[in-house]
Design a protein around this ligand. Structure first.
Ligand code: PA5
Length: 437
């Protein structure tokens, strides 16, 4: 099981400061469990792991097997919560050089998570001449970025492989009834999966939103779900500890939380975590700013700031006990690089010492930390971690006094973009915005 340890937070805050938040954290957890807090129509994720049944898992696996067998590439089109969970899990589990190696099943690529013209151009040119399919994911079914990418990719797929191939190799994941994507999927006869009404985007990784792309990438979604079930049915203690500690630190002036990893494969897990906490807590003029770094890489860039910059930060360190592969540093007779003192050591051992040294240095520099230990990186521990962070986020958001399940702030840029693009209904804002540019 994953474990949490907060003793290196002490100093910046006292044990009393953390304990003083116990009843607030417990009340928040009860509010979540009773479903009587703000945003309570979006609590479907809370018992999602244990409520996924055999029929749902088999349907996802069957669809994934078909796409894996028929396609060389499957493009998962989506943004935010309809993108980051699948990306995080797939990156964490994949061979990091898989793109340059032979693959026995379809490779999962991502689109619709940006509007980069060259990005889509490069992707579309890669797909030419191959057999490929699309999983288009949008809960609202109306989000601009995935809608644009899907229009272009659908057109290319139909043009190159024919309408029949396209309609058999496009899968839509969206609301049961609402939204443009639902209408389109019905009209074109696509296979569809439903995003439950009561599960918000950033809490949806354990629905088909995350599970289908993860299964297409060849990973064991049953083990992922089983890990999440273990966390769901276990004690709330780890989530309470995390929520209490980070809120105590926030109240003590630590406004920025940096999620730290020492494993490059966890980079996108941090991106997913930033969305989860950023969108859930950053509102009403409040909220810890979630940031992330990949160590030791970023010790040679952000390390200076973290060690010596403004003392408003704390770290949450993801530590991994066991790597999958062994790489040992060889002995060298000449020892011109001076590395013989670590000859015979595994790289994981060196990395671990770097981690311990960094944690101590940062504490000495006034940066407290919380440590989350993963026994290894596999489907089961990732399932545990996903549920751990989701539940702690719900508790922490309620402790902060915000509705963790809405995201009203996301609308502001959309309104301006629509007005600047001349979308009908936004005419009044267009002139005013253009005058400011
Ligand atoms: O967490 C959220 O609700 C958002 O990040 C959404 O997932 C994101 O905006 C994409 O929305 P949709 O799935 O409706 O296209």
């Amino acid at each position: 099981m994953i474990k949490i340890e907060n003793k290196a937070a002490l100093g910046a805050v006292s044990e009393n400061d953390i304990n003083a938040l116990r009843s607030v954290a417990e009340t928040a957890a009860r509010t979540l469990a009773d479903g009587d807090g703000a945003g309570n129509d979006f609590l479907g994720w809370l018992h999602l792991p244990s409520s996924i049944d055999e029929a749902q898992l088999s349907a996802i696996e069957l669809c994934a097997a078909r796409l894996r067998q028929d396609c060389e590439f499957v493009v998962a089109v989506g943004i935010g919560g309809s993108y980051l969970g699948a990306k995080a899990v797939i990156e964490a589990l994949s061979d990091q050089f898989a793109a340059y190696k032979q693959s026995s099943g379809a490779r999962v690529l991502f689109a619709g998570n940006n509007i980069g013209e060259d990005y889509l151009h490069d992707l579309m040119s890669l797909l030419k001449g191959h057999k490929w399919g699309i999983i288009v994911i949008s809960k609202s079914g109306t989000t601009t970025e995935p809608a644009i990418a899907f229009r272009l990719l659908k057109g290319q797929l139909e043009h190159e492989l024919g309408r029949e191939w396209a309609s058999r190799h496009i899968v839509a994941i969206t609301d049961a009834a609402r939204g443009a994507l639902r209408g389109l999927a019905t009209q074109e006869g696509y296979e569809t999966f439903v995003i439950p009404d009561n599960v918000g985007g950033r809490f949806s990784v354990l629905t088909p939103v995350g599970l289908l792309p993860i299964a297409v990438a060849g990973f064991d979604i049953r083990a992922l779900v089983a890990g999440a079930v273990e966390m769901e049915q276990g004690s709330d203690e780890p989530m309470l500890c995390y929520a209490q500690t980070r809120n105590a630190l926030y109240r003590a002036g630590k406004k920025v939380e940096i999620l730290v990893n020492f494993e490059p494969r966890l980079h996108f897990l941090a991106e997913w975590w930033k969305q989860l906490y950023g969108e859930s807590e950053g509102k009403d003029g409040k909220g810890i700013f979630p940031a992330s770094v990949d160590f030791t890489t970023d010790l040679h860039s952000m390390g200076q700031w973290i060690q010596d910059g403004e003392r408003t930060i704390f770290e949450t360190v993801l530590t991994v006990e066991r790597q999958h592969h062994e790489v040992v540093i060889p002995h060298d007779e000449a020892d011109l690089d001076g590395l013989n003192y670590i000859a015979g050591c595994r790289l994981g051992e060196v990395n671990h010492k770097a981690e311990l040294g960094t944690r101590l240095a940062h504490v000495d520099g006034g940066v407290p930390n919380v440590v989350i230990t993963l026994p290894t990186i596999d489907e089961r521990t990732l399932g545990q971690l996903v549920y751990f962070f989701e539940k702690a986020c719900g508790i922490s958001g309620y402790m902060l006094g915000v509705n963790p399940f809405n995201q009203p702030g996301v609308e502001a840029y959309k309104k301006n973009m629509f007005a600047l693009l001349g979308k009908s209904g936004y005419e009044a804002q267009t002139a005013a915005l253009e005058a400011r540019l």
